[in-house]
Structures are given as structure tokens and as C-alpha cells.
Design a protein around this ligand. Structure first.
Ligand code: FAD
Ligand code: NAD
Length: 503
């Protein structure tokens, strides 16, 4: 089936289960675009992955576009204090850990291995600086105007910007896209000072390796940043309110993942809540209690990372002035075309419902401006992959086994462990598995879950398979190069509808 028709079909289904959020958007296509005036066709508030991608795509579609960003650099949370710096530190700390613990078994002897934290941080900052400047270059190349400052609504077509230089300017646009992202969710009674009690931003810039790090929340940030500091020498304890780490993950994969992290000396206190935090002494003293209530215990830390989720960021935008609707969690409500209840005003990325991921924000941004330009957009949140960039990584797309069961669908499971994969054995990095869930009757793939050193790369074959409605047999009968980790996906696919060869 041609991609365009898939795009149309999926677009029609998007948000179909949440019709209360749908607004009439018939006016959108009837609004003309500015030509030759100072007004913009599109104004984007926020220069993160959602906003900057929307701005570039809008300009590429011939729309006069301005992007407003308050941070002073483009790239938003992701490039400045999120995806990129965390992956830089994950890579550097992994190299240190490998040098210290694995090189010798590969016949590489080092007299000594040390952490040079300032150099590690400088490498991270260099990567961030290059990438954020790169986006400014892309703006110039695509003729996107860039206003540095804090935007707030004056009307549905006017944004007042307090510029970083100190002045004020009014930016007008026929279509305004809110892409203001998210911020760390604070916990009652815990004040983040970014030194001893840090958010992910502080955890990306610690000046020394804490002896004891307590992480609140066993989600993406907690496990990634816990891994960074654990590899560099911290004793890491993760306190999680829920019964499981990464509660959204496939249960079977999660169990193996938790065991792997525990082997790396990460400690978990599940079903536990933080009652209070005392910073009056030298370190931090946490009082904990079972989530269901019961006897309190205490825990000492040098640094506490608060990573219990993120919350949509709309402070200072003055949404109420123009009447943009939000839900109880503060997320801006949009229809399948990313239009809010206010004509001409749209929202994308972390500030709307859906996974809080950079690639999802980018997809939102492209689809939103495609709709504005009168074209078909294409986003399917069921096809958004998720990756935890620990070692091994865990990546998934589609449904977990728990979700498939809850749907009442008859299904088959195919699994293949990396212990039986020749490439993984050759490089002595064979922890993990591929797990495929397929509908029993049709063999259509419903979900794929991979735990492997490079799961975040391997998953895209599965994303494509799901996107095109492939069966497990489709993957199994596709030739995969040898020796590669990808062969584990082929073998898991064989195990789903028939039998694998190598186990
Ligand atoms: C530590 C960490 C690691 C992460 N790692 C990953 C990862 O590996 N992969 C992944 O997919 N996602 C990751 N994420 C999530 C990812 O960063 C977000 O999903 C993504 O940045 C959302 O993009 P966005 O454009 O919606 O918002 P943001 O990136 O938050 O951008 C919004 C921008 O809007 C600006 N802004 C806000 N209000 C105004 C205003 N009124 N006027 C002007 N500008 C304004 C902000 O300054 C900000 O730059 C991570 C997040 C964190 C915190
Ligand atoms: N690799 C990636 O793609 C990546 C990396 C980092 C962040 N992110 C994004 O950033 C967002 C925020 O990350 P995050 O890790 O802060 O959130 P998260 O939603 O991934 O995890 C938060 C965890 O904290 C737990 N929690 C909530 N309240 C708690 C409390 N009071 N005490 C103890 N535990 C509590 C939750 O049960 C959950 O397990 C995520 O939604 C994710 O999409 C993605």
C-alpha cells in the first residue's frame, strides 16, 4: 500500500477515541497566507524539537515563519538539557566503565583509568553547543526568522515578546503554534536547588561524583542519569512509588532489565514514597515510607535527583487571555490537526497529551504545519518508539503483552535471546532479548520489545514493520546480514509464527 494512503488512513484515526477533544477546524483551510506583508503565516512559540522542526518545515512549505525562543539557544529541553547532554554523558561514562571493567577481558590492558569530570562535561557541552548552533544555521538556510525572548499572547494572532536584549516586540501571525514544552514535575515539600536536590538539569552538571545518589522515580530520567553516576562511582538507590520500574514497559522485559541494572549495583526501593527531605545537615536525609502506608525509614544521600515526571510548561503565555483550553494536568487540548479550541492557535510536543518524547514532538510539528499548508499530516502515537538509553538499552514499539491481553486479542509470542546471537557473543555483550507479539489469526505484529546494547537502533526495523502492518513472517523471510544483532529480530520473528534456527 502506498505511504500516502497509509498516512491518510492513520490520520483519520488519530485521537479517534477522544472525540471530546475534537474541535471544528473547517476554518483552517479557508484562511489565506500572508504575502508581502510583515505578518507571518506561521509563528512558533518555543524552539525545541517540536517548535524548531515545525518552523523549518513551515518555511520549506513556503510559509513566512518566525520562531520565538526565550532560552537564548535553540533546541529546547532536548538539545540543551535533555536528550543530547544525557546521551553524551551516558556514552562517556560507558566508555569509562568499559575501560575499567571490560577492556582487560578483551586483551586491552591499561595501567590506570581515571574520571576527568571537567573534561567529560566539556565534551558534553561541546556537543550541545555545536548542535544548538547548527539549528540557528538551519533557520538561516530556510529563512526562518528567530526572535530571542519570552512570548505571551495578546490575541490569537499577536504575541508580545519581551526580548532577551531588554526590549519588547510584537510578532503577528495568521497561525500560531504553541510549542513551549515541559518542565520538571516538583514534589511537595522537596525544593530543587540544583546542587544537593537536583532535577535532570542539575544531574547533567554535577561538579563531582556524589558518593551516594538517591533517585526519586524509576522512569527514563532516573534510570539514565542513575546509570551515568553509578558508572562513575556513585552508590545509586532508586526510590519508586509504583510496584515496578518504568511502569509502561513490557513486564517480562522489565524484569530482565531490572535484574541487569541490579547487577550494575543500582538498588531499587519499589512501592516506596519519599515523605520528607532534610537538607539542614551536610548531606540530605530522606524519610521514606511504604507507598501503601506503614513504618518510616531514613536514607542518606549526598545528592537527590527528582525525576518523577515532567509537566507541560505554559507559564507566562497568558493562555487564559485568549481562552485556550487545557486539561486538569495543564496539557493543551488539540484536535487531530493540532488545532486548539481557538481558531488559528495550535499546540504540539510535550505541551499536549501524548508521549513526552523529542521525536514525537518533531512528528507533531511537521504534521501540524502540513495541515496548516492544506496538506495531509501523518502522526500515529501507537507507532512512536520508546528507548531507555541505559546499557543494555531497552526499546519498544506498539503494545506490551499486558496491553494485548487487556485487549482480549489472541496472540503469539516469539522470543530470541542475544545469548544465542553470534554477533553479541563475538563482542561479549549478549545480555537481553527480542520479544515479538503478533495476532494469532493474522500474524500481524502488535508490539516489539528489545533489550540489547543497541536496542535503540535495532527497534526501527520493527517500527517500519508495524507502520506497514507487517506480519512476523514478513520479517522472518527478509534476509538479514550476518553477523548482526538484527538477526535476533529475524529469529524472534521466526519463533513467533514457526521455529527459530539458532536456539
Ligand atoms: C534529561 C532528559 C533527557 C531526555 N532524553 C530524551 C531522549 O533521549 N529522547 C527523547 O525522545 N526525549 C528525551 N527527553 C524528552 C525531550 O527532551 C522532550 O520530549 C522534548 O524536548 C519536547 O520537545 P518540545 O519542543 O515539545 O519542548 P521543549 O524541548 O521543552 O522546548 C520548548 C521550548 O520552548 C521555550 N519556551 C517555553 N515557553 C516559552 C515562551 N513563553 N516564549 C518563548 N519560548 C518559550 C523553552 O525555553 C524551550 O526551549 C528528555 C528529557 C529530559 C529532561
Ligand atoms: N530516553 C528517553 O526517551 C527519555 C529520557 C529522559 C526523559 N524522557 C522523557 O521525559 C519525561 C520525564 O522523565 P521522568 O523519568 O521524569 O518521568 P517518567 O514518567 O519516565 O518516570 C517517572 C517515574 O517516577 C515515578 N514517580 C512519580 N511520582 C513519584 C513519587 N512521588 N515518588 C517516587 N516515584 C514517583 C513514576 O511512577 C515513574 O516511574 C518522560 O516522560 C520521558 O518521556 C525520555
Amino acid at each position: 500500500m502506498a505511504m500516502a494512503s497509509i498516512a491518510r488512513r492513520r490520520t483519520a484515526n488519530l485521537f479517534s477515541s477522544s472525540s471530546k477533544h475534537l474541535y471544528n477546524y473547517s476554518w483552517i483551510l479557508t484562511r489565506g497566507f500572508a504575502s508581502g506583508s510583515d505578518d507571518n503565516d506561521v509563528v512558533v512559540i518555543g524552539g525545541g524539537p517540536g517548535g524548531y522542526v515545525a518552523a523549518i518545515k513551515a518555511a520549506q512549505l513556503g510559509l513566512k515563519t518566525t520562531c520565538i525562543e526565550k532560552r537564548g539557544t535553540l533546541g529546547g529541553t532536548c538539545l540543551n538539557v535533555g536528550c543530547i547532554p544525557s546521551k553524551a554523558l551516558l556514552h562517556s561514562s560507558h566508555m569509562y566503565h568499559e575501560a575499567k571493567h571490560s577492556f582487560a577481558s578483551h586483551g586491552v590492558k591499561l595501567a590506570s583509568v581515571e574520571v576527568d569530570l571537567p573534561a567529560m562535561m566539556a565534551q558534553k557541552d561541546k556537543a550541545v553547543g555545536n548542535l544548538t548552533k547548527g539549528i540557528e544555521g538551519l533557520f538561516k538556510k530556510n529563512k526562518v526568522s528567530y526572535v530571542k525572548g519570552y512570548g505571551k499572547f495578546l490575541s490569537p494572532s499577536e504575541v508580545s515578546v519581551d526580548t532577551l536584549e531588554g526590549g519588547n516586540t510584537i510578532v503577528k501571525g495568521k497561525h500560531i503554534i504553541i510549542a513551549t514544552g515541559s518542565d520538571v514535575k516538583s514534589l511537595p515539600g522537596i525544593t530543587i536547588d540544583e546542587e544537593r536536590i537536583v532535577s535532570s538539569t542539575g544531574a547533567l552538571a554535577l561538579k563531582e561524583v556524589p558518593k551516594k545518589l538517591v533517585v526519586i522515580g524509576a522512569g527514563y530520567i532516573g534510570l539514565e542519569m542513575g546509570s551515568v553516576w553509578g558508572r562513575l562511582g556513585s552508590e545509586v538507590t532508586v526510590v519508586e512509588f509504583a510496584a515496578d520500574i518504568v511502569p509502561t514497559m513490557d513486564g517480562e522485559v522489565r524484569k530482565q532489565f531490572q535484574r541487569s541494572l541490579e547487577k550494575q549495583k543500582m538498588k531499587f526501593m519499589l512501592k516506596t514514597k519519599v515523605v520528607s527531605v532534610d537538607t539542614t545537615g551536610n548531606g540530605v536525609k530522606l524519610t521514606l515510607a511504604p507507598a501503601a502506608g506503614g513504618d518510616q525509614t531514613t536514607l542518606e544521600a549526598d545528592v537527590v535527583l527528582v525525576s518523577a515526571g515532567r509537566t507541560p510548561f505554559t507559564a507566562g503565555l497568558e493562555l487564559e487571555k485568549i481562552g485556550v483550553e487545557t486539561d486538569k494536568a495543564g496539557r493543551i487540548l488539540v484536535n487531530e490537526r493540532f488545532a486548539t479550541n481557538i481558531p488559528g492557535v495550535y499546540a504540539i510536543g510535550d505541551v499536549i497529551p501524548g508521549p513526552m518524547l523529542a521525536h514525537k514532538a518533531e512528528e507533531d510539528g511537521v504534521a501540524c504545519v502540513e495541515y496548516i499548508a492544506g496538506k495531509e499530516g501523518h502522526v500515529d502515537y501507537d507507532m512512536v518508539p520508546g528507548v531507555v538509553y541505559t546499557h543494555p538499552e531497552v526499546a519498544s514499539v506498539g503494545k506490551t503483552e499486558e496491553q494485548v491481553k487487556a485487549l482480549g486479542v489472541d496472540y503469539r509470542v516469539g522470543k530470541f535471546p542475544f545469548l544465542a546471537n553470534s554477533r553479541a557473543k563475538a563482542i561479549d555483550d549478549a545480555e537481553g532479548l527480542v520479544k515479538i507479539l503478533a495476532e494469532k489469526e493474522t500474524d500481524k505484529i502488535l508490539g516489539v520489545h528489545i533489550m540489547a546494547p543497541n536496542a535503540g537502533e535495532l527497534i526501527h526495523e520493527a517500527v517500519l514493520a508495524l507502520q506497514y502492518g507487517a506480519s512476523s513472517e514478513d520479517i522472518a523471510r527478509t534476509c538479514h546480514a550476518h553477523p548482526t544483532m538484527s538477526e535476533a529480530l529475524k529469529e524472534a520473528a521466526m519463533a513467533t509464527y514457526d521455529k527459530p534456527i539458532h536456539i
